[in-house]
Design a protein around this ligand. Structure first.
Ligand code: ADP
Ligand code: TYD
Length: 211
């Protein structure tokens, strides 16, 4: 990561991670705008929902209140969404020279399905990796914020809540713990961003990696 993105021709794959309400979508979009303003060709996308199967899968997992979805089924759906998203969108955009910014990627599966839903971690890991078709992020920003603060931010967000957002505090705590374990394992691509402060402070911390 010591190459300067702004001076580099090399396209990059940047992902954002964090618990719901951590502010990652806001920061991911701000970074996309910033890099675009520097003349970098940026493609912004998100999971779930990025590919052509994505919106249907997203609606089934997140919006349908009439199904009590089995955790293993949920794991399969997120992974199906990702595999299609990588093949249809992420990989072609990287090959075309775009910097791709993705709001959530396979670390979300490890944290949410592995730790949040407590599905067998070995299985979750294998499926999450397989769903990426071998496309790994170059850099991942993990927005670190106390669970209490994230849930307060969610409460004040105008966007309608989905099923995950409505999960109890304990669920979000387990997800947070899942991310922590991933970080403690020493995954160099993951940069922990202190995200309790203002939008501007957080964005400045993220931009430091592109100077
Ligand atoms: P996420 O994508 O992690 O769920 P969002 O980016 O959607 O989070 O932010 C959740 C809510 O918190 C939104 O209403 C957003 O405007 C607000 N928010 C985001 N970052 C901050 C911040 N640094 N300080 C205060 N509110 C914030
Ligand atoms: P979304 O509305 O995009 O929330 P956010 O803005 O917080 O990212 O909802 C996506 C939800 O799906 C979020 O709660 C995390 C969850 N999720 C998983 O459980 N597993 C996954 O593999 C992915 C990509 C997302």
């Amino acid at each position: 990561m010591n190459r300067s993105l702004l001076n580099s021709e090399v396209s990059r794959f940047i992902t954002f991670e964090g618990i719901d309400g951590s502010g990652k979508s806001t920061q991911a979009k701000l970074l996309a705008d910033y890099l675009s303003s520097k003349g970098i060709r940026v493609f912004f996308t998100r999971e779930p929902g990025g590919g052509s199967l994505g919106e249907a899968i997203r609606a089934d997992i997140l919006d349908r209140r009439d199904i009590d979805i089995e955790p293993y089924a949920e794991l399969c759906l997120f992974c199906a969404d990702r595999a299609q998203h990588v093949r249809e969108i992420i990989l072609p955009k990287l090959r075309d020279g775009y910097t791709v910014i993705c709001d959530r990627y396979y670390d979300s599966t490890l944290a949410y399905q592995g730790s949040g839903r407590e599905v067998d971690p070995g299985l979750v890991h294998r499926m999450a990796m397989a769903s990426s078709l071998g496309v790994e992020p170059d850099i991942t920003f993990f927005l670190s914020v106390p669970v209490e603060q994230a849930l307060l931010r969610l409460k004040s967000r105008e966007k309608e809540k989905n099923k995950m957002d409505e999960e109890p505090f304990e669920f979000h705590s387990r997800v947070n713990e899942g991310y922590r374990q991933l970080i403690e394992k020493g995954t160099p691509r993951i940069k922990v961003i202190e995200a309790s402060g203002s939008l501007e402070e957080i964005q400045m911390e993220i931009r430091r990696f592109f100077e």
